[in-house]
Design a protein around this ligand. Structure first.
Ligand SMILES: Cc1ncc(COP(=O)(O)O)c(C=O)c1O
Length: 433
């Protein structure tokens, strides 16, 4: 038998047997090691917050928390996830452009480090809710700066965006800030873009964000107790891309942090990271159900597809680019054929990989989409065709842990309510057979 893919010494064939497919497999030790490597390189004054949106599984969050990560959350469920994973309120930031009253109230009741406020309207709502509770709401202003960033796969600032408040609008918002007496503005957050591979681009952003924070705090006269420089550090997915070098990142960013820290020794400095911490440690494992050819092209139809891995369709690009895909049980075999890897959906867009060079595939083969630990099922249409969520397994210290059960028919139907038209017959299992 050809060499097979293993995680911490455990073979994928056995794991697929035990947990079934489609399956997300995470190497927890690698996630921890990746965090620790970065932590050891970065200036100690720069705190690393894990962005749960990249992979909100509670066990992944708990793993990173155990390694020393704080948490950046963007929904009530993410907030509760972080708390149940053990993250202390003082190490949680809540951001997102459309926060509900319930979410803001939960932030106030939990006493988290800060609500990252994304608009002046939101500021007034935070003020109202804080005043009703007779508390001072800790708020950090998310700024959409006048400058933009080079080298980002997806730009989130420096252009018309729903995120944050434009720099010029904030500079003119003294009155609004003064009116919101139950709000304590004490910092600035900027997130410019995701999938940045060049450490120099992150460093350039950092320098500009730190300057902006100092400028705004002075203009608007608030204490600078927290500055969140975003991050956006990516990983290589596609041909021609290169992983960012964390040592090079630290070399460029640390002096900026050190300089700022000297000027503002009491200020918390935050970097938010999602993808960089969890992407490379995840593999999406699917089993080939059928192989066929159509008009000269080979297709391997697998039991899972873009319903669990929307990013594989192609992120930030109009041209289809493939994630790294391997035949997991035949790593040594030469890639002699080109295969379109598809899933069970009834749409031609369900194309996980296009003309991927692989060995000859057969039904039953296990395929792995590598580097898939971030923005996987939770960023995909898992309910399409009612297939539901795949299983997730976290490997820690050589042992597999099921951290998310796959959906089944009952879990998929559990929240639906059957409303029958008047006069229709009731549910009849026999009749439906
Ligand atoms: C405000 C904010 N912070 C953090 C992140 C996490 O980004 P990444 O996974 O690229 O580290 C995102 C992603 O979109 C974001 O919008």
């Amino acid at each position: 038998m050809s060499r097979e893919f293993t995680v911490q010494g455990v073979g994928v064939t056995a794991l697929a047997e035990e947990f079934g497919t489609p399956l997300y497999l995470y190497d927890g030790d690698e996630i921890t090691a990746r965090f620790q490597e970065l932590r050891s390189l970065l200036h100690p004054a720069l705190e690393v917050f894990y962005s749960l949106k990249a992979n909100p599984n509670i066990s992944v969050c708990a793993l990173l928390h155990a390694a020393g990560a704080r948490a950046e959350v963007s929904s009530l469920t993410e907030l509760v996830t972080a708390r149940r994973a053990g993250v202390e309120p003082r190490d949680i930031l809540f951001l997102g452009p459309g926060k509900s009253r319930t979410e803001i109230a939960a932030c106030l009741d939990e006493g988290i480090a800060a609500i990252v406020c994304e608009s002046l309207g939101e500021l007034e709502l935070i003020d109202e809710l804080a005043a009703a509770r007779d508390v001072l709401a800790p708020v950090v202003l998310r700024v959409n700066p006048a400058f933009t960033v080079k080298g980002s796969g997806l730009t989130m600032g420096g252009k018309p965006r729903q995120f944050g408040t434009d720099e010029e609008q904030l500079a003119a918002a003294r009155d609004t800030l003064a009116r919101c007496r139950a709000v304590r503005v004490h910092g600035v957050q900027v997130y410019l873009g995701t999938r940045i591979l060049e450490p120099a681009a992150v460093a350039e952003n950092t320098g500009r964000i730190l300057d902006l924070a100092e400028r705004l705090a002075e203009q608007l006269d608030f204490p600078l107790e927290l500055v969140d420089i975003g991050g956006g550090l990516g990983v290589a997915y596609f041909d021609g891309e290169k992983d960012p070098d964390p040592a090079a990142l630290a070399e460029l960013v640390n002096p900026l942090i050190a300089g700022f820290h000297d000027r503002h020794p009491g200020t918390r400095l935050v970097m938010e990271l999602g993808r960089y911490l969890v992407a490379v440690s995840g593999t999406y494992v699917v089993r080939v159900r059928y192989t066929k050819t159509s008009m000269g092209e080979r297709f391997a139809v697998a039991d899972g597809g873009t319903n669990h891995h929307m990013a594989a369709v192609g992120i930030g690009s109009f041209v289809k680019r493939n994630f790294p895909i391997v035949a997991l049980q035949r790593l040594d075999e030469p890639s002699i054929e080109h295969w379109n890897i598809t899933g069970p959906l009834c749409t031609p867009n369900d194309l996980v990989g296009k003309k991927v060079a692989l060995p000859e595939l057969r039904p039953g083969d296990l395929l792995g989409v590598l580097r898939s630990g971030a923005y996987g099922p939770t960023a995909s249409p898992v309910h399409f065709l009612s297939h539901g969520y795949p299983a997730e397994v976290l490997m820690v210290g050589g042992a597999p842990h099921l951290i998310r059960e796959r959906d089944d028919v009952e879990s998929m139907l559990a929240r639906q309510r059957l409303h029958l038209p008047a006069g229709a017959a009731g549910p009849n299992r026999e009749r439906n057979r």
